[in-house]
Design a protein around this ligand. Structure first.
Ligand SMILES: *Cc1c(COP(=O)(O)O)cnc(C)c1O
Length: 501
């Protein structure tokens, strides 16, 4: 399998090269040059297999330049009982006869990003070895909270790598900040940036784009790389859990083999739902992909009208990991739905950059409409949904997942579609416990309590154990205290990488 750029100005490369480079040098994103298929027979054989075995089958389709041994090693280093607190890795919970929750938060940092960021470091170090690269890989991450911690946990102590995470000084939750600044590992650094998420993100982008700086780095035997969801190495592992979820329902007799399901995905950067799209293309029986947005509903408008317009007020919501106005991975979808038209894709992306908007043609919109449906939820609706799901089923969801369930209810009202639906649950409720506790116990229960005290309150109310990764967080030693202005991020990277004799 070769990978080509969505902007058509770079040669095709093998997966190891695509994963190592992260983004194509022409500014496009790497996509597989043909559709990988799972036949009906193959799918049938996957029923009842372990998550790890299913992952091996899917990943072998995409990473054809890795040996089976290499893929198996990456899988066993990532999806094991030390890292995930569920043997199913991504278990499905049944709420009622037609609604299921795919719990993607049983990994070390309690968000779905663990499913990709546990394995990416191993795919990446093998990629470097396979392409004959002997330099140390330096991962730079700008985070609004979840990605940073998941990347730190994935890369910590992985030989041949270093990771530096930048987060906005006052832009992450208390739990998220403490999760990061107490991070252990011999190759990790965490830096607060005086500014917001965009400042941190722009700083990292500027470092990647600085040719001189990259040259200096290479001279020092450092190769900069990205753990962002533009990297194909993050999308491929996510395809696995859509298969696994479907096969779990077949194995339990909840659906007949071959029966179609709908997936509902709370969406920000369009990475998670794009993996569901790939699963569908591969042959997984999926009817609709329901894209759930919060008040930053740029994707909902796009899916409904074909007009993408990021020129709007950025809204801070209680589902912060979806607070995003430019969904990078949409570029891949456009490339596929236009029949791999790199000229059109490039045109639209340039228009987005220069004018803040673009409009796709009628045919592309019709194709989007056939596959996708979208709506959004305001914070008050999200809170109501958490409360009503708890009252009805005794099940506690986080704020992002609740956006998904809320939008699913709107889908049912709008279409009457009876197809069974699986909602991707992207974070543990404990991770966003202030909103969740308030939604199920009321304002008084949270008054005067910090997020760490609320972990206990939520545990008592839900009967769920506090996840290992969030326990005793406030008692851990702070190991990272560096704060820099946004103009000093490059210098911070230099200082961190400088040999200290
Ligand atoms: C990152 C994240 C999302 C959004 O995922 P995308 O792949 O960027 O669309 C949703 N929920 C949670 C909890 C996340 O951490």
């Amino acid at each position: 399998m070769l990978y080509e750029s969505t902007r058509g100005q770079f040669k095709r490369v093998l997966s190891a090269e695509a994963i190592k480079q992260g983004i194509s040098p022409d500014g496009g994103l790497f996509v597989p040059h043909e559709t990988a298929l799972i036949s009906r027979d193959q799918l049938k054989e996957m029923v009842g297999l372990s998550y790890q075995a299913q992952a091996a089958i899917i990943l072998r389709k995409y990473l054809t330049d890795y040996t089976s041994e290499e893929i198996n090693e990456c899988i066993s280093l990532s999806y094991n009982s030390k890292k995930f607190d569920s043997p199913a890795i991504a278990p499905v919970c049944k709420l009622n006869e037609s609604l299921y929750i795919l719990e993607l938060w049983h990994g070390p940092t309690c968000a779905f990003k663990d499913l990709a960021l546990q394995i990416l470091p191993h795919l990446l170090t093998k990629a470097a070895a396979k392409t004959g690269d002997l330099s140390t890989i330096v991962i730079l991450v700008a985070t609004s909270g979840d990605t940073g911690k998941a990347a730190l946990e994935g890369f910590k102590n992985v030989a041949g790598t270093k990771i530096i995470v930048f987060y906005p000084e006052h832009g992450v939750s208390a739990v998220q900040q403490v999760q990061m600044v107490t991070q252990e590992g011999n190759n990790v650094d965490v830096v607060a940036v005086r500014g917001n998420f965009d400042d941190a993100q722009n700083g990292v982008k500027n470092i990647f784009g600085d040719t001189g700086f990259n040259k200096d780095m290479l001279a020092g035997n450092y190769q900069l790389s990205s753990a962002n969801s533009i990297n194909w190495g993050r999308l491929a592992p996510q395809i696995v859990y859509y298969f696994s979820a479907y096969l779990q329902l077949v194995a339990k007799g909840d659906i007949a083999f071959g029966e179609k399901v709908n997936f509902v995905v709370p969406t920000g950067n369009f990475g998670n739902i794009l993996s569901a799209f790939y699963a569908r293309e591969m042959g997984l029986p999926i009817n609709k992909l329901i894209c759930a947005a919060n008040a930053n509903n740029v994707l909902t408008d796009f899916i409904r009208t074909g007009a993408y317009n990021r020129e709007r007020q950025f809204r801070k919501t209680i589902s912060p990991s979806m607070d995003i106005l430019v969904s990078s991975n949409l570029e891949r979808l456009l490339y596929h739905l236009t029949g791999r038209d790199d000229v059109k894709t490039r045109e639209w992306m340039i228009s987005l950059k220069d004018k803040g908007s673009y409009q796709v043609d009628e045919l592309t919109l019709a194709r989007i409409d056939r596959l996708f449906w979208s709506d959004s939820a305001e914070d008050s609706e999200t809170m109501d949904t958490i409360g009503s799901i708890f009252d009805k089923y005794g099940y506690v969801t986080d704020t992002h997942t609740a956006v998904g369930i809320n939008v699913y209810n709107k889908y049912i009202s709008a279409t009457g579609d009876k197809t069974k639906a699986i909602v991707a649950s992207t974070a543990s409720p404990f991770k966003f416990n202030a909103s969740v506790t308030r939604a199920i116990l009321g304002d008084d229960a949270v008054k005067g309590k910090d997020e760490f005290e609320l972990l206990e309150a939520l545990s008592a109310a839900s009967g769920m154990e506090i996840p290992h990764g969030l326990r005793n967080l406030d008692k851990k030693t702070v190991l990272h205290q560096r704060t820099v202005s946004r103009n000093d991020m490059k210098e911070a990277v230099n200082n961190i990488l400088k040999p200290t004799n």
